[in-house]
Design a protein around this ligand. Structure first.
Ligand code: MG
Length: 373
């Protein structure tokens, strides 16, 4: 993959990351060519993208008969000799199979589906070599801060968090917030699942586990810091006390493009940061009492094995119910915690085991829903 045009496929092409990926391709059509598209259920967007980019190979998941069939079709698309890069922007644990197939076949995985690493990091990382590039603003930032450095000199990773739409609120303030309130996210424009995860701070929790796997750091070395402006995308602190930070415009097209261009840098797809008009940079501590999901994710990560899979499955169940107005906001961490309490972690051994564990956890999570908080 040097000078030649790179062939990419986009899984989840109609979502937030997917459409921004298409935009990056539009601006660098001399360097990138789309050869496959997968969408969950947005038929119109899939057809429009296929037509614009001249793509024959396309899959609409909602039309597939079974999950197994969909998985096989996607695997087939990934394995095509033509494909250089797979952008995995599928939402939730459903993205794990595609990540596995991509790395197994030695192709670059530009990974926006953080649940792949949360659930299956123990399987994916040994296959990753240099093929795994994160599409997550924080992890893309850390990746760049680590370039040229000795791994053994890293003392801490400071993972920045915007704080979400409910920053500063206490439990009593959050009793009756609705999905619509949570969807008013201040900084990043994202899909509904990740937006709710940002409001509960579970997104940051998933990112802690993602960072643990991607950068081989212990949980004690990961420090979550609130950076309200989202101008600093994360920082790495070294043993000599030096801290490297990555800054830039808050636009996902920058980390998306880097995951595609690496090790090269290409012209920016967005407006540059205007430092003279950036009046302040604020830092703070996350409130893990109010936003218990962050604490639970640290606990799941430290327990290791299949526990992050359990936690993630319970969270997916709870978020879907919250989006559907079936449960209250504060019940999300409650369901996650109760589900986690019903499992002991096993060593991660296979995709089949994780899939079975995910199914069991979802079943249990549904029984953990109380009628009051
Ligand atoms: Mg992020």
């Amino acid at each position: 993959m040097s000078d030649a045009q790179k062939n990419i496929i986009v899984l989840g092409c109609s979502g937030s990351i997917g459409t921004q990926t298409l935009d990056v391709v539009r601006q660098h059509s001399d360097k990138l060519k789309i050869v496959g598209l997968v969408a969950h259920s947005s038929k119109d967007k899939l057809e429009a993208a296929a037509q614009e980019f001249g793509v024959q190979n396309k899959i609409l998941l909602a039309e597939e008969n079974s999950e197994a069939e969909a998985t096989a079709k996607i695997a087939n698309m990934i394995c095509d000799d033509d494909v250089d890069i797979v952008v995995n922007a599928i939402s939730g644990a459903a993205g794990l199979n595609a990540s596995y197939t991509t790395l197994k076949n030695n192709k670059r995985l530009a990974l926006a589906n953080k649940e792949s690493l949360v659930v299956g990091g123990d399987l994916l990382i040994p296959m990753a070599k240099n093929n795994l590039l994160p599409i997550d603003s924080e992890h893309g930032a850390i990746y760049q801060c680590l370039i040229g450095e000795e791994k053994s000199t890293v003392s801490k990773i400071h993972l920045t968090a915007s704080g979400g739409p409910f920053y500063g609120k206490k439990r009593a303030d959050l009793e009756n917030v609705t999905a619509a309130d949570a969807l008013k996210h201040p900084t990043w424009n994202m899909g509904p699942k990740i937006t709710i995860d940002s409001a509960t701070l579970m997104n940051k929790g998933l990112e802690v586990i993602e960072a643990h796997h991607l950068f081989a750091v212990d949980y004690s070395q990961i420090n979550v810091v609130v950076q309200r402006q989202s101008a600093i995308h994360s920082m790495v602190e070294y043993i000599d006390g030096s801290v490297k930070a990555h800054l830039g415009t808050t636009d996902m097209r920058i980390p998306i493009q880097y995951a595609l261009s690496y090790p090269e840098r290409w012209e920016t797809p967005v407006e540059r940061m205007d430092f003279q008009n950036l009046d302040s940079l604020d830092f703070g501590k996350p409130d893990c009492e109010t936003f218990k999901c962050l604490h639970l994710a640290f606990e799941a990560g430290k327990a290791g094995g299949t526990m992050p899979c359990v936690m993630n499955a319970a969270n997916e169940v709870a978020v879907a119910k919250f989006l559907n107005d079936e449960i209250k906001f504060l019940q999300i961490p409650e369901i996650v915690e109760r589900t986690m309490n019903k499992f002991n972690p096993d060593k991660v051994e296979s995709l089949e085991q994780l899939s079975e564990n995910d199914t069991q956890s979802r079943k249990i999570a549904k029984t953990c829903i109380s009628h009051q908080t």
